[in-house]
Design a protein around this ligand. Structure first.
Ligand SMILES: NC(=O)c1ccc[n+]([C@@H]2O[C@H](COP(=O)([O-])OP(=O)(O)OC[C@H]3O[C@@H](n4cnc5c(N)ncnc54)[C@H](O)[C@@H]3O)[C@@H](O)[C@H]2O)c1
Ligand SMILES: O=C[C@H](O)CS(=O)(=O)O
Length: 489
């Protein structure tokens, strides 16, 4: 199953455990398919509980040594890993296009984004600062230091198979932790390639391990182990709840980056062309399979008709096709289940009175391709407005006042990302502060980068990734009190 990689060492089908490539102990394997064509791409090791046991033992040994390296020493290796990832950009993009399906330009962008977390946290490795506290008792000296949590686990989704790993492994290794990664069953190849590059960069054996396999099985094994001190999960809210419950008996530190239902609000005074371009970016990136995608588009009634007409005209021109096609803007959905959910959301909306301005059906490009779609006259009661569609469907809802827009936007159990467009400065402050979300875009639809805190509230999870805050998720705070009186002979 050659993938035309320049560096064939990046095509890996075994698990990466304790610095070696090896099959699962029971020899099990799981097929990986190309969502654009259905073609078999690989047969990847399907790890089980015994493999997790081996990996945890290796991680404990590796972390005991790694924690004693200085931040400067960790920085060198993380920077080298970053450089190798950037040098391998084309091959890594090929792997993402092949196993996840996004257009190649987006795949290349994801690799740059993924690499940026390695470089950012290479520098943060030098900044695990503590405190010296003025004592209340003059006979004492008080200090606070920050130490690595220990052995960590990461369970990651398919939609960003590179960035969702480095956004966790970067801060974990920078902090002095070890990490066992369980990638999505859909997209293990990118994770395994990143592990090979980490090995080449000098990441010690056992410090970073990648165990492909069934989420339920490996999730239970990772959650049950008291040696796994922290779990970082990115995926659906439903699974996040399961993992939180499974982590309770061992009281793990948790980072949960979960589902979303992002509102995008366009006020009458918005720059309409800017709003249209930004809404396209916020809605159709990765064919809408992005946790921060605009899931509801709220348009004030004064510009609703003009926005709907001009927006649908642009959406209708988005090209659908395999990510290997340079003209393609909309790639395939990841599975038949994902496609069926998109179809059901459109069906339900139309059945309850919504109209289709463009799209609204499967695309001829293949079984998992869906046309970029704009729905009008959508109401908050429709499934497409209440649930995360995770597909290329833009539902337009109408509102009349600022207060109504805020109420509609916040009427969800999710709280990940929100967007709004206005040129009124006072309104910008009011709206940004009133939206109940972890991240807010004002006059932009693209908010994600390595320097800002990424994360949500409510049912979208807890913790932050990236930024100066991201390394805190992998550090414990220790308070030290010293009595400095001389006890004499
Ligand atoms: N907040 C974020 O940063 C972010 C980023 C990407 C995706 N997401 C969310 O993820 C969802 C789509 O991704 P997905 O379909 O891969 O999500 P998912 O929750 O189905 O799967 C994510 C990972 O969890 C594993 N998993 C599944 N069931 C499990 C279980 N019972 N125990 C342990 N692990 C289990 C899977 O194997 C996979 O590796 C969407 O809801 C999206 O919003 C959120
Ligand atoms: O899908 C969720 C990812 O976090 C998307 S982003 O590229 O970080 O916005």
């Amino acid at each position: 199953m050659a993938l035309n990689l320049a560096n064939t060492s990046l095509f890996r089908q075994d698990a990466f455990i304790d610095g070696t490539w090896r099959p699962a102990l029971d020899g099990a394997r799981r097929p990986v398919h190309n969502p654009a064509t259905g073609a078999l791409v690989a047969q990847v090791a399907e790890c089980g509980t015994p493999d997790v046991t081996h990996a945890i033992a290796a991680a404990i040994t590796a972390q005991a040594e790694w924690r004693n390296r200085t931040g400067a020493q960790r920085q060198v290796i993380l920077t080298r890993w970053h450089d190798l990832v950037m040098d391998s950009l084309d091959d890594l993009a090929t792997l993402i296009v092949t196993e996840q399906g996004k257009p190649r330009a987006e795949a290349a962008g994801e690799i740059r984004y993924a690499a940026s977390f390695l470089l950012w946290f290479a520098a943060e490795a030098m900044r695990a600062y503590g405190d010296i506290i003025p004592p209340t008792n003059p006979a004492t000296r008080l200090s606070v230091i920050r130490q690595p949590v220990g052995v960590c686990a990461a369970i990651t989704p398919w939609n960003f198979p590179a960035a969702m790993i480095t956004r966790k492994a970067g801060p974990a290794l920078a902090a002095g932790c070890a990490m066992i990664v369980k990638p999505s069953e859909e997209t293990p190849l990118t994770a395994l390639a990143l592990a090979e590059l980490a090995r080449q960069a000098g990441v010690p054996a056992g410090l970073l391990q990648v165990l492909p396999g069934d989420g339920v099985t490996l999730g239970k094994a990772l959650c049950a182990s008291p040696d796994i001190r922290k779990l970082s999960f990115t995926g659906s809210t439903q699974v996040g709840r399961i993992l939180m419950a499974q982590s309770a008996p061992t009281l793990k530190r948790l980072s949960l980056e979960l589902g979303g239902n992002a509102p995008l609000i366009v006020f009458d005074d918005a720059h309409i062309e800017q709003a249209i371009k930004s809404t396209i970016a916020a809605k159709f990136r990765n064919a809408g399979q992005t946790c921060v995608c605009a899931n509801r588009i709220l348009v004030q009634d004064g510009i609703y008709d003009e926005f709907a007409t001009r927006f649908a005209r642009v959406v209708a021109k988005l090209r659908v096709g395999p990510g290997s096609n340079p003209d393609a803007a909309i790639g395939p959905l990841i599975s038949t289940q994902a496609r069926d959910k998109v179809e059901e959301h459109v069906r339900d909306a139309v059945a309850h009175g919504a109209g289709i301005l463009c799209g609204g059906a499967r695309d001829a490009a293949g079984d998992l391709f869906y046309q970029p779609t704009v729905l009008q006259d959508v109401t908050p009661a429709m499934r497409v407005a209440r649930e995360e569609t995770f597909g290329p469907v833009a539902p337009l809802l109408r509102f009349h006042t600022e207060a109504e827009a805020i109420a509609m936007a916040n009427d969800t159990e999710y709280g990940l990302a929100a967007y709004f467009f206005t040129r009124d400065h006072a309104r910008a402050h009011r709206v940004a502060e009133a939206l109940e979300y972890g991240m807010v875009g004002h006059n932009t639809g693209l908010i994600s980068n390595e320097v800002a805190p990424f994360g949500g509230i409510k049912q979208s999870g807890m913790g932050r990734e990236g930024s100066r805050y991201g390394i805190d998720e992998y550090l414990n705070m220790k308070y030290i009190c010293t009595d400095i009186t001389d006890p004499g002979a």
